[in-house]
Design a protein around this ligand. Sequence first.
Ligand code: AQP
Length: 333
Amino acid sequence: MTRVFSGIQPSGVPTLGNYLGAIRNWVPLQDQAEAIYCVVDLHAITVWQDPAELTRQTREMAAALIACGLDPQRCILFVQSHVRAHAELAWIFNCVARLGWLNRMTQFKDKAGKNQEASSAGLYVYPNLMAADILTYHATKVPVGDDQKQHLELANDIAQKFNHDYGVDFFPTIEPLIQGVAARVMSLRDGTKKMSKSDPSDQSRINLTDDADTIALKIRRAKTDAEPLPDHMAGLENRPEARNLVGILAGITNTLPENVLREHGGQGFGAFKGTLADALVAHLGPIAAEMKRLLDDPAALDAALHVGAERARAIAEPICARAREIVGFLPAK
Ligand code: AQP
């Protein structure tokens, strides 16, 4: 059976971008593959996280995943730091990956900004940990948003170099699963920048916990241009904000942007934004309510995550142990 792995950082409230680009696509895979999903707290601390907030956000992220349709009975759902193999294999991969490869990673450049010298070393080697996350399960399919494609290519380079250097055929090739018309949702304030949960501006994103009024207000304030919507795709060229809002409506209503334009072409943004806000509220309202219900019982949530970690360890530890052996570490007692 195909094994699927994906993760999400508890670095804030999950956004509409996380939902349309990743989480929503994770749900059907629970019934098509052996699906392993992880709240990646080790990744989150590559940038500063207040400890109490990190604990709270980790639970909140787990609740969001379940509220979006992940079922801890049908998938393995756990917290990354509960399975030590991730960190251990990441260290081995730190010694396999080349600096030249990491220097090409655009996410590091985006997140480090102008002050790279002040970034954590963890942020720089983030892709090596991501490779370890996937490969310590020998997972072969990874459902992610478009922004993670480069990291998956690097994971394959690491797997190949490990296999080549040690003369083994141990780590498999990974294939990204990038699905849907909203594989990259952009900021509501700047259509050229991706929507991010850690963007300093809350107005730039829709959080899965936003209430109906907040969603309507954010959509009303979303940046647009002065032209009405075109009735064909070519008319969206050089209109990143219009393209983004059309993509969001298509994503949330499970249709194609072409169909959205067929229906709404010629409309001004005032009317279109009303339709979009209503669709978002109808779709996200029940998710927020379910999150709230789950978070009212943190003990039950933690218990589900602990079971998930146990199941994850049963797969990850033997693979990591074999990697240790291949590298030549003296067996531990
Ligand atoms: N804007 C987006 N559009 C589509 N997919 C997205 N993803 C993130 N943003 C968008 C996908 O969500 C999954 C989990 O992402 P992550 O939390 O591990 O890291 P990220 O990509 O760095 O997400 P954020 O929201 O931008 O987090 P911060 O602000 O903490 O860095 C991934 O599959 C990603 O592709």
